[in-house]
Design a protein around this ligand. Structure first.
Ligand code: AMP
Length: 143
């Protein structure tokens, strides 16, 4: 299974931000879309950063309620690790484990955003693969 197949099954929708946005607006987006991260793109649709719920929690812990009016750019991670559609689920698991994050934006060869893969997608696909393998082995053993 690869990233392209995950996007085909789940859809390519990804919540993005372009204009300067305050933390309280990002929180609303995360809640409305039931997601854990929002990707920032530049005018050409290229990935420019990512803000996850963890970034917001950290700022809230430091600043309290005043964090809500801070610009999202103050907590955004600008160096974003991305993947392409041909990457395998195993590669994504390695990227997430090594980087200790749960979201990987999917880009074209010229870095334009076309989707996002979350740890939930990866785990779901991994379980499906393991179950398929187990059932094939059972059939084989049963003759
Ligand atoms: P997450 O586990 O995705 O909520 O993110 C944990 C931390 O990693 C946060 O500081 C995010 O901004 C950052 N982060 C999330 N995804 C990525 C990514 N693909 N590349 C680099 N940093 C990321």
């Amino acid at each position: 299974m690869n990233v392209g197949q995950i996007l085909k099954a789940r859809g390519r929708s990804v919540v993005v931000n372009q204009a300067p946005t305050a933390i309280d607006e990002i929180i609303k987006e995360l809640a409305d879309y039931k997601i854990g991260a929002v990707v920032n793109v530049d005018d050409d649709g290229r990935v420019a950063g990512i803000v996850s719920e963890r970034d917001i929690m950290r700022l809230l812990a430091q600043k309290g309620a005043s964090a809500l009016s801070h610009p999202a750019s103050s907590v955004m991670t600008a160096e974003v690790v991305t993947c392409v559609e041909t990457d395998s689920v195993n590669q994504i698991m390695e990227i997430m484990t090594a980087g200790r994050f749960r979201h990987v934006p999917v880009v074209t060869s010229d870095q334009r955003l076309i989707g996002i893969v979350s740890i939930g997608d990866v785990v779901k696909n991994h379980i499906a693969e393991v179950e398929l393998e187990a059932s094939a082995l059972k059939s084989y053993v049963a003759g």
